[in-house]
Structure formats: C-alpha cells, structure tokens
Design a protein around this ligand. Sequence first.
Ligand SMILES: C[S@@+](CC[C@H](N)C(=O)[O-])C[C@H]1O[C@@H](n2cnc3c(N)ncnc32)[C@H](O)[C@@H]1O
Length: 173
Amino acid sequence: MYKLQEIDRRVGLFKKGQRVLDLGASPGSWTLYAAEQVGPNGQVLGIDLHDPGVALPAQAQILTLDAFQVDPESLDGPFDLVISDMAPKTSGQRHADQYRSYELVMRALELAKSVLKPGGTFVAKIFQGAEFEDARGAMRELFANVRIVRPKATRDESYEVFLVGLDFQPTSS
Ligand SMILES: C[S@@+](CC[C@H](N)C(=O)[O-])C[C@H]1O[C@@H](n2cnc3c(N)ncnc32)[C@H](O)[C@@H]1O
C-alpha cells in the first residue's frame, strides 16, 4: 500500500468516482487504498491468481483469475486507471525473474489497451532488467508521458521500479 500511496503522492493517480482495474491484487492492500481514494461512487475491480481472503468495501471486489486467461471484454470496462503490482514467484534466478516480470507488464499493458479510457493512466511494477527498455518503449507508443517511479519503500529490492503511463492515446490497431 505504501508504494501505491507514494506513487499517488508523486504523480496524482486518483479522483473520486473513478473506475480502477487492479491487477495482481492479493492480499488486497492496493485494492483497499484505491477503494478509499475513489470513494463509494467509484469502483475497484481486482484480479489475482489467489483469493485475498480480506473484507472489502462495497465498491471493491477481487476476482480469482489469471491475467493471461482473462478476456478483456468480460471486465466490464472502461476504466480510468489500470494498476498492476503483478509479480512472478521469484526463483532466485534474477534474469528469469526479470523476464517473467516483463511478460506480466506486457500482459497488463495489453489489457490496459483494451479497457482504458482515452486520457487514462497505467501503472505497472517491473523488475528492472534487460527488457526494461522494451517495456518502456511499448508504453511510449500508447501514452503521451511515461515516467519511472522508484518508491523509497522499495529500497531493499533495488531492481523493482514502477512505470507510469499518463494520458492514454488509443491507437486504431
Ligand atoms: C506483490 S503481490 C501484490 C500485492 C498487492 N498489490 C497488495 O498490495 O496487496 C503480486 C501478486 O501478483 C499476482 N500474480 C502473479 N501472476 C499473476 C497472474 N498471471 N494473474 C494474476 N495475478 C498474478 C500474485 O498472485 C501476487 O498476489
């Protein structure tokens, strides 16, 4: 939660009444923070491989789904914001973990492309590695402004950063 709060403080992610898609939502602290920020007239839809087992306010829910399996049409978009804290189960092999993190970011971006409103915002966690520039480049094709945020809370895992895409510009393809 603190990481999302810090990104929010730096970039200004939320407004009351927004609809948010939260990828990799368990155990639920980002979902709870987002639900509080969007308020009772907003909506937060979380997705995770695992059931969070946490009580959520009425405007939030977390579905047990694999982001690679989910049909974007079923998500009932559009959303103002797509946030992804998805992370692979780390294997200890840094490059393999970085590559799996990159794949999760690219999947989150694919989903965002289908469900984000024009002008919308995308946030994704990535383990910084060889594919980092590819992910940033893919985001630059879709967002007017792409920022890198390294929350202070991630100091211990120094290779984890967040890519933030502002002002979604949908392409016709
Ligand atoms: C760092 S945790 C998320 C923490 C969460 N944002 C919070 O604040 O409580 C990363 C999550 O990504 C999820 N994840 C990894 N691969 C996924 C996938 N393919 N589809 C959905 N969730 C996935 C994991 O199950 C894990 O719960």
